[in-house]
Design a protein around this ligand. Structure first.
Ligand code: HAM
Length: 424
């Protein structure tokens, strides 16, 4: 071991587990590409003010969790704690909102939050996200939720639950906020929580402490304060989810940790994960574009946590099947040369096989026949190509089926077509 280790709250992805991460990212991305979402990639850091205004001054993320630094040029930048503010910034910067709406975008990358590390909660983590910008149609909310549910299902997860809520809009939320504040001010709460009542009372509903939760049983619920438009919107989302077989649980206390949400909010949770149970979350953010100085651009989106999804798959025992889907380091063919001349020939054959689309590798270094056969076994290959001086003289290679042990000589120029056929 060297003197250095990965920083606290981070971890390295190494084979074979790294293959599961790749498979998960790809399954999530493919699910949204199939629905017309295009890939967007933004910088890992942005102006600090973007997140302050976007995610919200009163959120935990902005007050406690940002990696903020000043550049040599005196500019304050922050490592992105989430993707939505950046995507809206990029869409506005490139005038995407002036074309056909909705603008459908997806992303996949690393995010950074200075949180207290624990199982499933890291300082560097990975999300795949999708955003539909510029439409107020509840069918888009439903589309996104259905896509996320389908992605989890496709990965083999059966224990993901969907929690659904609405937070109202600028018409009805202020009335609810005032009623909630009045209720909360009458409770027995500590100083910090009392301060929160004045800044962001909805966050108090999310307090995990039992002594706080016990006092919240009679708290006013948003459903009683929704305006007709928000009520109809929410019912439409619920109807579409029901029709398309996505079960959900109404959770009136689901608040989410980011301040930009309006109307639809949701979270996907997995019961095998302990306290960090959210494998994904999102919602509608109809005011974010304006908060960032842009035009009105009602939008909705989500981000799925890749790390927690992998943990959930491991908890359900379905991670290995995803890893087998072509993302691992295993090959189909492995070269075992006996001598320098055979090595040179097999090296060339392996290059040719790879160019023909076959996953192939060969032994490197001086391992001897026994070591080479062991390496072939370990590679996961179905076939070994064994060659010595006698084979070279006859212009053949021994094609060994590693499952049956059967070995047949094949002409060197027939190796690529023969293997392509056997592996198809
Ligand atoms: P979020 O709920 O903060 O939402 O994060 C989404 C998901 O990222 C979480 O459900 C979780 O799986 C994962 N995640 C978050 N923080 C951590 C962490 N410290 N360690 C490991 N995994 C983590 C957002 O980020 C919003 N931008 C989602 C969104 C998109 N809303 C609208 N559009």
């Amino acid at each position: 071991m060297s003197t250095f280790q990965a920083p606290k709250g981070t971890f390295d992805l190494i084979p074979p587990r790294s293959a599961v991460f790749l498979a998960v990212r790809e399954a999530m991305a493919e699910t949204v590409r199939r629905a017309g979402y295009g890939y967007v990639e933004t910088p890992a850091f942005e102006d600090t003010a973007l997140f302050k205004r976007g995610v919200g001054e009163s959120s935990d993320i902005v007050t406690k969790e940002m990696y903020t630094f000043t550049t040599r040029g005196g500019v304050s930048l922050t490592l992105r704690p989430e993707g939505t503010a950046s995507v809206v910034r990029a869409a506005l910067q490139h005038n995407l909102h002036k074309g056909a709406l909705p603008v459908k975008l997806y992303y996949s990358g690393s995010y950074y939050r200075y949180e207290q590390p624990q199982a499933g909660r890291y300082r560097h983590f990975s999300q795949v996200g999708a955003e539909a910008l510029g439409t107020e149609d509840p069918a888009v909310d439903a589309e996104l939720i259905i896509l996320a549910a389908d992605a989890f299902k496709q990965l083999g997860l059966t224990k993901v639950r969907l929690l659904l809520n609405t937070l109202g809009d600028q018409e009805c939320r202020p009335r609810y906020r005032a009623a909630l504040q009045e209720f909360l001010r009458g409770l027995d709460l500590d100083e910090a929580t009392r301060a929160r009542i004045e800044i962001n009372p909805l966050r108090v509903l999310d307090d995990k402490r039992p002594e706080v939760q016990a006092q919240l049983t009679d708290a006013p619920v948003i459903g009683d304060y929704l305006c007709d438009a928000c009520k109809a919107f929410h019912e439409e989302v619920q109807t579409l989810l029901s029709i398309y077989g996505v079960p959900f649980e109404d959770d009136v206390k689901l608040v989410r940790g980011l301040d930009y949400y309006t109307r639809t909010t949701f979270e996907f949770v997995h019961d095998g994960l302990g306290s960090q149970s959210a494998v994904g979350g999102g919602g509608r953010y109809d005011g974010l574009s304006q908060d960032l100085g842009g035009p009105s651009l009602p939008s909705v989106g989500w981000a799925l946590g890749v790390d927690r999804t992998v943990l959930a798959m491991e908890a359900e025992g379905v991670a290995h099947s995803a890893a087998g889907a072509g993302f691992g380091q295993s090959v189909d063919v492995f070269g075992v040369p006996l001598g320098a001349a055979a090595k040179a020939m097999l090296f060339g054959l392996v290059v040719e096989l790879r160019r023909a689309g076959v996953r192939a590798d060969l032994v490197f270094g001086d391992k001897g026949l026994k070591g080479a056969m062991k390496a072939a076994d370990r590679s996961g290959a179905k076939y070994a190509l064994v060659a010595g001086d006698r084979d070279l003289a006859a212009d053949v290679v021994q094609l060994k089926d590693l499952t049956t042990g059967e070995q047949t000589p094949v002409a060197v120029d027939q190796i690529v077509p023969t293997l392509k056929e056997k592996l198809s």
